[in-house]
Write a protein that binds this ligand. Structure first.
Ligand code: PRP
Length: 207
């Protein structure tokens, strides 16, 4: 199963701070971006390099390594995914941004899509889908369906917290998609919230 629980001490420390209900919106936002940058570092660790020649400090040609044809589009899921975007783009400043909007109907827990503006060359890019929460998995599956329907071939998912139920559903529907999460929490409660989780990440990011 392509699940990566990124258990680096810095991530665990920062996520622990985020679970504290007393945390301010400002601090929650800052930490969401910091954890997202660390997840990006891990999620791109197998990107391939290729040698290229540049003039070195003494103007003699030297060989350096650069990313091989690796073009990225970052896909924040509105609205909470925006809370991770700066952290990802800090590390991949040349990435294009593809925005999708989905919310979860609070009664049925089914995803409702309302916005889609994707990079025009999606098929040539690796997509990094970002959303703080992977709960029932419905939102993520709908997003991955949407991206694949538009030709996207290589997709990775970055979330702050995932529920086992959601991970199982997403990996069953999209076994080719790797999921990078800072934590795999215990379960979903009866209202579809992750336990212990972070609460409503959108509300905590936007206030
Ligand atoms: C939250 C979260 C995910 C979704 C996860 O968004 O940010 O997008 O729920 O739930 P699922 O895995 O059960 O589908 P929400 O619906 O609260 O919308 P928001 O980001 O606009 O606040």
């Amino acid at each position: 199963m392509a699940l990566h629980i990124v258990s680096h001490p810095l991530i665990q420390h920062k996520l622990g701070l985020m679970r504290d209900v007393r945390l301010s919106t400002k601090s929650f936002r800052e930490l969401a971006n910091e954890v997202s940058a660390l997840l990006t570092y891990e999620a791109t660790s197998d990107f391939e390099l290729e040698p290229t020649e540049v003039p070195g400090w003494d103007h003699k040609a030297i060989e350096v390594q650069q990313l091989r044809g690796k073009k990225v589009t970052v896909v924040p899921i509105l609205r909470a995914g925006l809370g991770m975007l700066d952290g990802v783009v800090d590390l991949i400043p040349a990435a294009k941004i593809s925005v999708v909007g989905l919310y979860r109907d609070e009664t049925t827990l089914e995803p409702v899509a309302y916005f889609e503006k994707l990079a025009s060359d999606l098929a040539q890019r690796t997509a990094l889908v970002i959303d703080p929460m992977l709960a029932t998995g419905g939102t993520m599956i709908a997003t991955l369906d949407m991206l694949k329907a538009k030709g996207c071939k290589e997709i990775r998912v970055l979330v702050l917290v995932a529920a086992p139920e959601g991970v199982a559903k997403v990996t069953a529907a999209h076994p080719d998609v790797a999921i990078y999460t800072a934590a795999l929490d215990e379960r979903l409660n009866d209202d579809g919230y992750i336990v212990p989780g972070l609460g409503d990440a959108g509300d905590r990011i936007f206030g």
